[in-house]
Design a protein around this ligand. Structure first.
Ligand SMILES: [Zn+2]
Length: 223
């Protein structure tokens, strides 16, 4: 059975931690990464993903999915929409939720993996400490894995090493895996700012995790 792994790398803190997790588990020669250009407003994410992959020495491919920006309606792809936690929708989800994003990402990642005899997919989704995105839940990932296995007749495995970790625990894991130097190249801010704005929900969550872990965020040292 193949020991090759494909990491969905967004250029952020969590997927970078997952990249190190995959290297630790499968070996650097067996790991590659994929980044999706889904029309995100903040193109810096794509640059960060490429820089992180180069830094750790794994191949990175960028796959285009421009349909999400055509769908519109969320703050991550539509320039006219400001990041907001309350959108007035019954679901209570913030407007940074891009419906279907992780489902599509992992489906394309699985198809890419299938063509290369890769069965391990690694994603940084987590159901703790977050904005309650339903496509980050363990239940969603388990049912998606079952669907992909059925639909592709493959042994695909979706690994979610951060699923039950708090942000603090994620920082501690990154530290243990030696991932901190790469954190200086990552991007988290919903407003696409560098140095980070410090006030958006993503910046606040990141800062809280590092503070609670008692670790200085290398990104802030560089800023
Ligand atoms: Zn921010």
């Amino acid at each position: 059975m193949s020991d090759k792994a494909l990491v969905v790398l967004s250029g952020g803190q969590d997927s970078t931690t997952c990249l190190y997790w995959a290297i630790d588990r499968f070996g650097v020669d067996n790991v590659s990464s994929v980044t999706f250009d889904y029309g995100q407003r903040h193109r810096i994410e794509l640059i960060c993903a490429s820089e992180v992959a180069d830094f750790v020495g794994v191949p990175n491919v960028v796959l285009p999915i421009d349909t999400f920006s055509a769908l519109g309606g969320d703050a991550l792809t539509e320039p006219g929409i400001e990041v907001a936690n309350a959108t007035g929708r019954e679901s209570g989800l913030p407007n940074t939720f891009v419906p279907g994003r992780n489902l599509i990402f992992l489906t394309f990642a699985a198809a890419y993996a299938y063509q290369r005899d890769i069965i391990h997919l690694v994603t940084g989704v987590a159901q703790t400490d977050y904005s309650g995105y339903p496509d980050c839940r363990e239940e969603t990932m388990q049912s998606l894995q079952a669907t992909l296995r059925n639909g592709m007749e493959s042994e695909i495995q979706i690994h979610t090493p951060l699923m039950h970790l708090s942000k603090k625990a994620t920082v501690q894991l990154a530290d243990a895996l030696g991932a901190l130097p790469a954190m200086a190249m990552t991007h988290t801010c919903y407003n696409g700012e560098r140095p980070p704005c410090g006030t958006c929900p993503a910046c606040e969550l990141r800062a809280k995790g590092f503070a609670e872990a008692g670790v200085v965020d290398p990104l802030m040292l560089n800023s």
